[in-house]
Design a protein around this ligand. Structure first.
Ligand SMILES: *Cc1c(COP(=O)(O)O)cnc(C)c1O
Length: 393
């Protein structure tokens, strides 16, 4: 279609081709090569953390974090219901048991409900938290759409009950706290572990790829070791643990090094485009552009429109189809994970906001290449389409 505006596409305006070509010319395309370490160094410097291990995907980053955190069969992991399912699937890989806790208006985990769950639904004896006879080991906190969960309260609760915190910062590379105890700390560097993703639609991409950081350098080193088949020796095949083929390749890393050079620019554009949408949807009665928390610097990765369902009677599916015909790609927010087939029957706690936002949030185009004209076009069409779906017309 002419003038089709996609939801989110990668941006390769920098040195991507040069570096990938260089990696090919050097013959280093697989899990060895200088771009991998270069990317790890870039990420560590950017995030102001000691060490980062690059891996195959955000999912692998989360899986390796859970393994290193000692989460195993029958353990309970506290997770969010309203996010991409990859944040929770690694809990199942470890044969552990998820319990879903509600989000707040930031779309991230509600810290008060987390605290209540630990206090009222679990028992705490000899420094160990148990839920229905099972040990509670960890919390996976997702920083949804580049927003940030209230880490201060979450870390307090985790410390009180001896839980590991795994930050899913796959959508929040570049987001950091502006105030409070963690002022200046980047999303992913506050908890015990932080996972990042460089999938095609993330703020930077390596095609597919991810990274892990951890509060302690030795955990990052162990994760890097696990990701390279737990090889103890470069020459001889000696292994002391079950490893994984989760290491990032040099080809991916070459892309990543070029993308990291552009990250500050990508964030600036995401923020600028968000502000423009904000003006255009100001005082619009049928939908609000959702805000990011004020006490953070957000990468503003993804934009969420909250549809006023009391006025707009059409289904989300219908709205998306009409907009598609207008040349605008939009997307409904994720279906609740606890309602997906592999998770039916798992325990939930106090889910109110998650179903509320599930039925109202529409994600709108947010690529870094968006032009002023495109942003105006998107906003005007969305407004017109929604007006046409009210009773008042
Ligand atoms: C993208 C994403 C992941 C998974 O990352 P991949 O690199 O695609 O494996 C996990 N959690 C969330 C919230 C994501 O958005």
């Amino acid at each position: 279609m002419e003038n089709f505006i996609p939801l989110s596409i990668p941006n390769f305006e920098g040195n991507e081709k040069r570096y990938v070509n260089d990696a090919i010319m050097q013959g280093w395309v697989s899990t060895g090569g200088s771009y991998i370490e270069k990317l790890e160094k870039q990420l560590a410097d950017f995030l102001k953390t000691d060490d980062v291990a690059a891996c195959q995907s955000g999912t692998a980053a989360l899986h390796l974090s859970l393994i290193d955190a000692g989460v195993g069969s029958g353990d309970v992991v506290i997770v969010p219901p309203l996010t991409f399912i990859a944040a929770v699937n690694p809990v199942k890989y470890q044969l552990a048991v998820p319990v879903f806790i509600d989000c707040d208006d930031s779309l991230c985990m509600d810290p008060q409900k987390l605290q209540c769950f630990c206090e009222k639904e679990c028992s705490f004896e000899n420094g160990r938290l148990t839920y229905r006879e099972r040990p509670v080991k960890a919390i996976i906190v997702v920083h949804v759409f580049g927003n940030m969960a209230d880490m201060e309260l979450i870390m307090d609760t985790a410390a009180r009950y001896g839980l590991k915190v795994i930050e899913d910062a796959t959508e929040a590379l570049g987001t950091y706290c502006l105030t409070g105890k963690f002022k200046g700390y980047y999303a992913g560097t506050i908890g015990d572990y932080g996972a990042f993703s460089f999938n095609g639609n993330k703020i930077i991409t390596t095609g597919g790829g991810g990274a892990v950081t951890a509060k302690k350098k030795k955990n990052v080193e162990h994760i890097r070791y696990l990701s390279t088949q737990a090889k103890d020796d470069k020459q001889y095949y000696i292994h002391h643990e079950v490893g994984y083929n989760y290491r990032m390749t040099n080809l991916q890393a070459a892309l990543g090094v070029a993308q990291m050079e552009k990250l500050p620019e990508f964030i600036r554009r995401k923020q600028k485009n968000y502000e423009r949408y904000k003006e255009l949807f100001d005082e619009f009665l049928l939908a609000d552009l959702m805000e990011f928390r004020e006490d953070i610097y957000s990468n503003k990765w993804f934009y969420s429109l909250k549809i006023n369902k009391e006025k707009v009677k059409a289904s989300m599916k219908y709205i998306i189809e009409v907009l598609q015909q207008e040349g605008i790609q939009t997307r409904a927010i994720w279906g609740l994970i606890n309602e997906q087939k592999p998770y039916k029957g798992e325990d939930t706690y106090s889910l109110e906001k998650a179903p509320y936002y599930f039925s109202r949030v529409l994600n709108i185009p947010c690529s870094t290449q968006l032009t002023e004209n495109e942003i105006v076009y998107v906003a005007e069409r969305i407004k017109r389409v929604l007006w046409n779906l009210t009773d008042e017309t």
